[in-house]
Design a protein around this ligand. Structure first.
Ligand SMILES: Cc1cc2nc3c(=O)[nH]c(=O)nc-3n(C[C@H](O)[C@H](O)[C@H](O)COP(=O)(O)OP(=O)(O)OC[C@H]3O[C@@H](n4cnc5c(N)ncnc54)[C@H](O)[C@@H]3O)c2cc1C
Length: 397
């Protein structure tokens, strides 16, 4: 069988690429090492799949060159994602929070179903349990060596799409195939690291964090580059929760970030108001209006929580302000690729044509999805990039 293209990876990007190629009347072969397609889609968003974000903009992405995204996002918008799933799968989007769109059915498998149906109808071939081991340039074409159901096969194609994703969660099929292939073909790879990942705390403060395990606090987490306002979650080993996952994409080992534990109030104003009312309440009583008892007791490690507000010195008041609004955190590390939602870094965007994602050096070789140095925030942005990049590549096959 002669295919217009071979697609490596049956995740979000590869599936969209195959489906769109099919809609254009092309024939593709999709190779997936798992025994099913869309493994990450199926578990995404807690099995509900946050499939796009209504506020998608290039500022929601970490990349050496976020401007690179314009050419792809102008071809495939959030509205295109919504229309696509509505037209081909009757999926109606429901916004949960901060623009995050989920299928009304709350079923990620409905999203995968759209692709399997479309690929069947447009006669795209899928090989499951087909792991691509290597790719070699072969004149104007490429030869892929594939381990398929125990047998080694060689497939030749003029066009190859690498949509094999990033490094997070090996048990879901993640591999370094895209990075390995890029390096083999002399394409620059931006340093990779786990992103959207919980952060660990060790050393003298570890017990303090562990004592608060299970407590969530609405906070503003910030470093020099960026800030996020969402919940943080204390755990037995450090910090998690959406605001921590977000900042993790902008954090490097050894760096400090700050947490404003009460972003919508100024604790100086609260102290002033309490003083005006006589200052008989203690710091603990003042803080209990805003935090759980457990959190206030834990803050007692740093603050004079049993003092009456009236007897606070200027230095006490400053210490309270610093602790509540500028709590410094120096994580020991992150929880690694097994707990990361995405990979930061990947194939450098300056190696790729912005409109088609074809390698500038190697005609017919395309990279899309998480393999590329484009990392979205938490909240549906990563799928929007995966769909859009899959679409853009399909237009060129
Ligand atoms: C727990 C979790 C929850 C998430 N939730 C969300 C969410 O709700 N919203 C959101 O936007 N993003 C979410 N993400 C991120 C999102 O899943 C990824 O950004 C997206 O799946 C990337 O798409 P992709 O097609 O590039 O890669 P993938 O979806 O990872 O697909 C790559 C595929 O390639 C296959 N493969 C790898 N190597 C080979 C090889 N050598 N040969 C053949 N096949 C190979 C893999 O098995 C895999 O199926 C989540 C991620 C995780 C881990």
């Amino acid at each position: 069988m002669e295919y217009d293209a071979v697609i490596v990876g049956g995740g979000a990007c590869g599936l969209m690429c195959a489906a769109q190629a099919g809609l254009l009347g092309k024939r593709t072969l999709l190779l997936e090492k798992n025994d099913k397609v869309g493994a990450k889609i199926l578990i995404s968003g807690g099995g509900r799949c946050n499939y796009t974000n209504l506020h998608t903009d290039i500022h929601n992405f970490v990349s050496e060159n976020p401007n690179f995204l314009h050419a792809v996002f102008s071809q495939w918008t959030v509205d295109d994602t919504i229309q696509f799933f509505q037209s081909f799968g009757n999926i109606i989007g429901q916004e949960k929070t901060l623009g995050q769109l989920f299928p009304q059915s709350n079923k990620a498998k409905d999203i995968v179903g759209v692709f399997t149906k479309l690929m069947y109808e447009t006669q795209q071939d899928i090989w499951l349990q087909a792991e691509v081991k290597t790719i070699a340039q072969d004149g104007d074409a490429y030869t892929l060596t594939v381990l398929h159901e125990g047998a080694t096969r060689h497939i030749r194609s003029d066009k190859v799409v690498i949509a094999s994703g990033g490094l997070p969660i090996a048990k879901l099929g993640a591999s370094d195939f895209a990075l390995r292939t890029a390096r083999k073909f002399d394409l620059r790879v931006v340093d990779t690291a786990p992103a959207l990942v919980p952060l660990t705390i060790t050393g003298k403060d570890a017990d303090w964090y562990a004592s608060l395990a299970g407590n969530a606090v609405f906070s503003r987490v910030a470093n020099k580059q960026i800030s996020f306002e969402e919940n943080i979650l204390f755990t037995h080993w450090g910090l998690s929760g959406p605001a921590i996952l977000q900042i993790s994409s902008y954090w490097k080992a050894g760096e400090v970030f700050t947490i404003n534990l009460l972003p919508h109030f100024d604790v100086q104003d609260l102290i002033k108001q309490e003083r005006a009312a006589g200052g008989r309440r203690t710091v603990s009583q003042l803080l209990q209006a805003h935090f759980t008892r457990k959190m206030v007791d834990a803050l007692g490690k740093f603050l004079p929580i049993d003092l009456k507000i009236a007897s606070l010195s200027k230095a006490d008041a400053k210490l309270i302000w610093d602790t509540i609004h500028h709590f410094e955190v120096k994580p020991a590390g992150d929880k690694g690729y097994d707990k990361a939602e995405v990979m930061r870094g990947g194939v450098a965007t300056d190696e790729l044509q912005a409109k088609t994602l074809e390698s500038k050096k190697h005609k017919g070789l395309y990279f899309g999805g998480e393999a590329v140095d484009v990392t979205g925030w938490l909240g549906g942005y990563n799928f929007q990039w995966a769909w859009a990049s899959g679409y853009a590549i399909a237009q060129d096959l």
